[in-house]
Design a protein around this ligand. Structure first.
Ligand code: GAL
Length: 687
C-alpha cells in the first residue's frame, strides 16, 4: 500500500490505450446514462432493459454509488446482482461503463476508521449520510478501495458488456480539500518533493513576511482558519490547491493501476467537470492519465447564455482530449434538483443540447440518469424515464434522440478544426482567486467566457489549450486573465507572436510568477515588452462604477494607468479614473501583433475588438451565421459535416450544401433551420 501523498505523478504507469483519443466504437455516437438498478426492485430491471432498447441506448454507467451493496460489510463481496445487470445489458447489446463504485464509501468504513472522515479548513468533521465523505489521503479508505477494485476487475474485467472503466465520480466535487492531520503529513511530503528542502519552501512562500519563517518542516500546516481578516500565506494556499489536486489524482492512479494490471484491455475514464464553474482539480495534469476523456456538464438554468457556456465547456473538454474523441458523460435530460429553482427543459432542448456536444467533438452523449429516482436526495432530478412514465414528452424526445444519434454515427472520430486558441490555466485561476487582491470583481473565467462568446456568435471555433501548448497551428491566441504566468508560458506566447500570430491579452495577466510573487518594473510584468506598454498603477473601479471608451464601449470593474511605449492606443477612456489613457492597445512585434485589453469591455466592445483581430488575421467562421445560431464543422479525411444549432426564436438560413442527417432533406446553397432546431449537413463541396 502506498503511503498517502508519497507517489510522484511520474511513477504512474503508461498505457498502450492512452493518448489515442478514438471513439469507443468506430461509426458510433454513444447514447446512454447513469443506470442505478440498485435503487429498484428486480421487476423494474426487465422494463428498464426494454425501454433502453426502445430508446436505442448504447452505453450504461453502472454502479457509481453501489459500494455498500457490493461490499455490505468489510471483505464480504456481493457481486452476483451486478453480474445479472451486466448480463442483461449485454443481451440487449448495451455496453457498460463500469464504475469502480468508490465514489462514496459505505457507512461501515468511516465508522470503523473515523480518521478517514474529511475535515474542513475550520477543523470541522464532515460526516457521512450524504456522499463523498472521506479524506482523500486516508490509508483506510485507500486500502478498502483497492480491495474492492481488485474484486471488480477480476470478476468483470473480461465481461463482454464492459467497454469502459469509470473510476470514482467527479473527483473533488464535494470533498476537494481536506485539512486533517493525515493531509498535513502528505502536504509536507509533497512540499519536500517540490522544493527539496525547508529553505526552498521558505523562499517560495516568502515567509520573511509576517514572521512566518519555518525552522522545521513539521511546523508546516494546511492553510487552516486564521485570525479574522488576516489572510493565510498566498503561496501556501496556492500550493495547497496544487497538493489537493495531486492527492485526488494519486487516489485515482491507485485504482487506475489496479485496473491496468488486472484488466489491461479495457480503457479507463473518470468523469471530469470541465466547466467554468469548477476548478478543484487541474485537469491538464489529470488528462495524461486517462484513456478516454469524459466530462459532465450541467446547465445553469438562470443563465440566459447557458448554451454558450455549454459550448465553452465542450471546447475545453475537446482541448483536454487534444482535439480527439471524448464523451459527454453526464448532463440532465431535463430539470436538475440542486438549483434554487429547477425548470424543465423546453421542447427540443434535449436534442439541441445533445447535438451541440457532438458538434463540438463529443462521440457520445450520456445523461444522469436513465430512470428518475423515486427516493433519496435526487428524486426531483430528471431521468430519461421520468416519474410520469413513457407517456410523456421527455420519453418521446428520448426515443427520437436515440434514433438521431444512431444516424450521426458516421461523424464519430472526425475532428473540429479551429484557428483560434484560448489559454486556460488552473494555476492562474487558483492564484486569481486568492484573497487581498486589488478587486474582488476580477473573476478568472469571466474574460474567457466573454471572448469565447464573441467568437461563438460569429461561428468561429476555438480550441482551449494549456499554457505552454504548441501554438504555431493557430492564427489567434486568446490570453484571458493569465494572472499567474510562468516564464515558459510567457515565452510561448512571445514566440507565437514573433512568428506571425496575433495574441490578445486581457487585464490582470502576467502579474505574478509561479510562486505568486509580483514581477517588478511595472505591470504586466511577464508581457510588458511583448505588449509594448507599461502600467504604473491599477485603477480598479468601485462597485456600480463604469467608464466609457472613445468608441462608445462601456466598461466596468477595472482600468489601469497605462502608458504605451512602443504600442499604439486603439481605444482610450473618455472618463473614469484615467481619462485619456489607452484602454485597448496594439503592438506590432516580430511578424505578429500583441493586443491588450485593459478593462472589462461590454459585449459590443469585446465583439468590436475581436472583429478587428479576426479581420487582420483572416480567420474564418465554419459558415456565415448570425448571433445565436451556432455553427461548427467536423472533418475526417475528405468528409465534413456542418452542424447548425438555432438557439434563437426565429428561423435561420445558413449557407450549406449536402444532406441534412436530421431531416433527411437536401440543402442546395442554403438550409433553413427552424427556431430551436438543429441540422447536421453531410457536406458535398463545402462552401
Ligand atoms: C453530478 C453527479 C451525479 C448526480 C448529478 C445530478 O454532479 O455526478 O451523481 O448527482 O450530479 O445533477
Amino acid at each position: 500500500m502506498t503511503a498517502p501523498g508519497t507517489r510522484g505523478l511520474l511513477d504512474s504507469q503508461p498505457s498502450n490505450l492512452l493518448s489515442v483519443r478514438r471513439p469507443l466504437r468506430d461509426g458510433h455516437v454513444e447514447f446512454g446514462g447513469d443506470y442505478n438498478p440498485e435503487q429498484w426492485p428486480r421487476e423494474v430491471w426487465d422494463e428498464d432493459l426494454r425501454l433502453m432498447t426502445e430508446a436505442r441506448l448504447t452505453l450504461a454507467t453502472v454502479g457509481v454509488f453501489s459500494w455498500a451493496q457490493l461490499e455490505p460489510e468489510p471483505g464480504r463481496y456481493e457481486l452476483d446482482w451486478l453480474a445479472t445487470v451486466l448480463d442483461g445489458l449485454h443481451a440487449q447489446g448495451i455496453g457498460v461503463d463500469l464504475a469502480t463504485a468508490t465514489a462514496s464509501p459505505p457507512p461501515w468504513l468511516t465508522h470503523r476508521y473515523p480518521e478517514a472522515l474529511p475535515v474542513d479548513h475550520e477543523g470541522r468533521t464532515r460526516w457521512p449520510g450524504a456522499r463523498q465523505a472521506y479524506c482523500p489521503s486516508s490509508e483506510a479508505w485507500r486500502m478498502h478501495a483497492v480491495a474492492l477494485v481488485e474484486q471488480l476487475a477480476v470478476r468483470f474485467g473480461a465481461h463482454p458488456a464492459v467497454r469502459l472503466w469509470h473510476i470514482g465520480n467527479e473527483y473533488g466535487c464535494h470533498t476537494s480539500r481536506c485539512y486533517c492531520d493525515t493531509c498535513a503529513v502528505g502536504f509536507r511530503r509533497w512540499l519536500l518533493r517540490k522544493y527539496s528542502d525547508l529553505d526552498g519552501i521558505n523562499r517560495a512562500w516568502a515567509t520573511a513576511f509576517w514572521s512566518q519563517g519555518y525552522s522545521d518542516v513539521g511546523e508546516i500546516l494546511p492553510p487552516r482558519l486564521t485570525p479574522d481578516d488576516a489572510w493565510s500565506n498566498p503561496t501556501q494556499q496556492l500550493d495547497y490547491r496544487r497538493f489537493a489536486s495531486d492527492t485526488l489524482l494519486d487516489e485515482f492512479l491507485l485504482e487506475r493501476d489496479v485496473l491496468r494490471r488486472l484488466s489491461p484491455d479495457i480503457p479507463i475514464t473518470t468523469n471530469f467537470m470541465a466547466m467554468t464553474r469548477f476548478n478543484q482539480v487541474d485537469y491538464w495534469r489529470w488528462v495524461k492519465e486517462v484513456d478516454v476523456v469524459s466530462t459532465d456538464y450541467y446547465p445553469e438554468f438562470a443563465d440566459p447564455f447557458n448554451h454558450v457556456e455549454a459550448a465553452l465547456s465542450a471546447d475545453l473538454t475537446r482541448g483536454l482530449a487534444g482535439g480527439g474523441s471524448w464523451l459527454l458523460m453526464e448532463t440532465s435530460p431535463s430539470a436538475v434538483n440542486w438549483q434554487p429553482r429547477n425548470p424543465a427543459k423546453k421542447p427540443g432542448a434535449l436534442q439541441r443540447d445533445a447535438v451541440q456536444q457532438v458538434a463540438r467533438g463529443a462521440d457520445g452523449f450520456n445523461v444522469f440518469q436513465v430512470r428518475a429516482s423515486l427516493v433519496g436526495a435526487e428524486k426531483y432530478h430528471s431521468g430519461l424515464i421520468p416519474h410520469a412514465g413513457t407517456d410523456s414528452r421527455l420519453w418521446r424526445e428520448t426515443v427520437a434522440l436515440g434514433s438521431l444519434l444512431a444516424r450521426l454515427g458516421e461523424v464519430a472520430g472526425s475532428r473540429v478544426a479551429a484557428e483560434v486558441a484560448l489559454l486556460w490555466d488552473y494555476d492562474a485561476w487558483w492564484a486569481c482567486e486568492l484573497d487581498s487582491h486589488p478587486s474582488v470583481d476580477v473573476v478568472y473565467p469571466d474574460r474567457a467566457r466573454a471572448l469565447h462568446h464573441a467568437l461563438w456568435d460569429r461561428g468561429i471555433s476555438v480550441d482551449v489549450v494549456p499554457p505552454g501548448a504548441p501554438l504555431h497551428d493557430y492564427r489567434i491566441v486568446l490570453v484571458p486573465t493569465l494572472y499567474l504566468a510562468t516564464d515558459e508560458a510567457a515565452a510561448a506566447i512571445r514566440d507565437f507572436v514573433a512568428g506571425g500570430g496575433h495574441a490578445l491579452i486581457t487585464y490582470f495577466s502576467g502579474i505574478v510568477d509561479e510562486h505568486d510573487h509580483v514581477r517588478p518594473g511595472g505591470y504586466p510584468g511577464a508581457f510588458r515588452d511583448l505588449l509594448g506598454i507599461r502600467v504604473e498603477e491599477f485603477a480598479p473601479l468601485l462597485a456600480d462604477q463604469s467608464v466609457k471608451l472613445d468608441d462608445g464601449t462601456v466598461a466596468d470593474i477595472w482600468t489601469e494607468d497605462l502608458r504605451v511605449e512602443s504600442a499604439e492606443a486603439v481605444r482610450t477612456y473618455v472618463d473614469g479614473p484615467v481619462p485619456g489613457r489607452p484602454a485597448v492597445t496594439r503592438h506590432a512585434y516580430g511578424d505578429g501583433v500583441a493586443w491588450y485589453v485593459a478593462t472589462r469591455t461590454d459585449r459590443q466592445g469585446t465583439a468590436a475588438i475581436l472583429e478587428r483581430v479576426v479581420a487582420e488575421t483572416g480567420v474564418r467562421p465554419a459558415a456565415l451565421t448570425t448571433p445565436g445560431v451556432e455553427v461548427t464543422r467536423r472533418r475526417r479525411d475528405e468528409r465534413s459535416w456542418l452542424f447548425i444549432l438555432n438557439h434563437t426564436e426565429a428561423d435561420a438560413v445558413i449557407p450549406a450544401n449536402g444532406v441534412d442527417l436530421v431531416s433527411g432533406d437536401e440543402a442546395v446553397g442554403e438550409i433553413r433551420v427552424r427556431a430551436g432546431e438543429v441540422a447536421v449537413v453531410r457536406e458535398t463541396g463545402e462552401e
